[in-house]
Design a protein around this ligand. Structure first.
Ligand SMILES: NC(=O)c1ccc[n+]([C@@H]2O[C@H](COP(=O)([O-])OP(=O)(O)OC[C@H]3O[C@@H](n4cnc5c(N)ncnc54)[C@H](O)[C@@H]3O)[C@@H](O)[C@H]2O)c1
Length: 323
């Protein structure tokens, strides 16, 4: 097992996502090599990342000294091969096109140490498909950062059937070590984040297309109601806290209006039939401790009050309606 401290990182693809990742690794003290389709592109990216970091530091978004760390630790490599051959962790962050990923992963795999870990930032291509282009695929996995990489904490880790447990543990340690929150997710289309994000978007567009809501109305309601909760609690915690009996009742009305697509999920029926309503009774999906009910409500209230205050301080995004 490679020790984190000796890890040199290579980021292949120095665009939007790769650039943000490279900043994070360099700020965390890792020597990081940046490669792109040409050395000129990589050099331009390095200059952009340094300039951006100076702005972020001036705004207080990056800690003081971050730009110095980026200048010290982030370097341009002449080629994919030069970067890959020197790194123990290699992030592939090239465009979401199968032919480009195939070419780049094949080149990384051929030039890297056979035990160097190779991670793809693909948003949607199955990891098991990409694994076919990596020799020794036990060291290959998906490590899916979200946009903007320096500021969104969550990173999805996607193993192929061949990825080793040791590699997963190493990457968990590396990525949490640079301040991110990792979660292992299945190799299913959209993983977790995009599958849910796109399901919500689909329903929102349906409301727009059928004429029951404008885009502005949907966005106002989502960001000020349940979307507001999602920064702290996921859909299972929200349901367990609201009461699964309440959810079952809501699905009865929704399925009358929208049919099968909005029928109550089977496991929800089973839980409510068994008297498991979530936080009010015990049981539910995540098994919250009923004894913590008041403490959870107090946390929730503090969290929402702080978020309300932050939204007031920031005001609406430039050019957006005031709500
Ligand atoms: N942008 C997002 O919001 C987002 C979020 C999560 C994941 N992703 C995923 O991250 C990956 C990269 O997306 P992005 O938004 O950073 O794209 P981007 O276009 O900003 O950057 C891609 C970089 O790859 C370089 N590149 C192109 N061909 C290359 C080659 N043959 N060899 C080396 N470098 C090459 C480009 O010059 C560019 O610098 C994609 O798989 C995408 O699906 C993107």
């Amino acid at each position: 097992m490679i020790s984190n401290k000796s890890t040199d990182v290579a980021v292949i693809g120095s665009g939007y996502m790769g650039g943000g990742m490279a900043q994070v690794f360099a700020m965390s003290g890792y020597r990081c090599l940046l490669a792109d389709a040409s050395i000129e592109i990589a050099e331009n990216s390095l200059n952009r990342l340094i300039e951006e970091s100076q702005n972020f530091e001036a705004q207080g978004l990056f800690a003081k000294g971050s730009t110095d760390l980026i200048v010290k630790n982030l370097h341009v490599a002449a080629s994919i091969e030069e970067a890959s051959s020197q790194a123990t962790y290699i992030a592939e962050v090239v465009p979401e096109m199968v032919e480009i990923k195939k070419d780049v992963l094949t080149r990384i795999s051929a030039s890297a140490d056979p035990h160097a870990i190779i991670a793809s930032n693909t948003s949607a291509i199955p990891i098991s498909k990409l694994a076919a282009w990596v020799d020794n695929p036990v060291r290959f996995l998906g490590v899916h950062w979200m946009n903007p990489a320096p500021f969104v904490p969550g990173v999805e880790l996607i193993a192929s059937p061949e990825t080793s447990e040791g590699v997963l543990q190493f990457v968990e340690s590396l990525i949490t070590g640079v301040g991110k929150v990792t979660c292992r997710v299945s190799d299913v289309a959209g993983f977790i984040a995009n599958r849910l994000q796109f399901a919500l978007y689909r329903e929102a567009v349906s409301m727009y297309e059928e004429g029951s809501a404008t885009p502005e109305e949907v966005d106002t309601v989502v960001s000020n109601t349940f979307g507001f909760r999602l920064a702290f609690f996921g859909p299972f915690a929200i349901a367990d806290m609201a009461g699964l009996d309440v959810y079952a009742g809501a699905y009865r009305s929704l399925s009358e209006a929208y049919g099968e697509r909005f029928s109550a999920p089977q496991s929800l029926i089973e839980k409510t039939d068994a008297g498991e309503f979530g936080l009010k009774t015990g049981g539910g999906y995540i098994g919250l401790d009923v004894a913590q009910k008041d403490a959870i409500a107090a946390y929730r209230n503090r969290a929402y009050a702080a978020l309300s205050q932050l939204k007031k301080e920031l005001g609406p995004p430039p050019g957006f309606p005031t709500k």
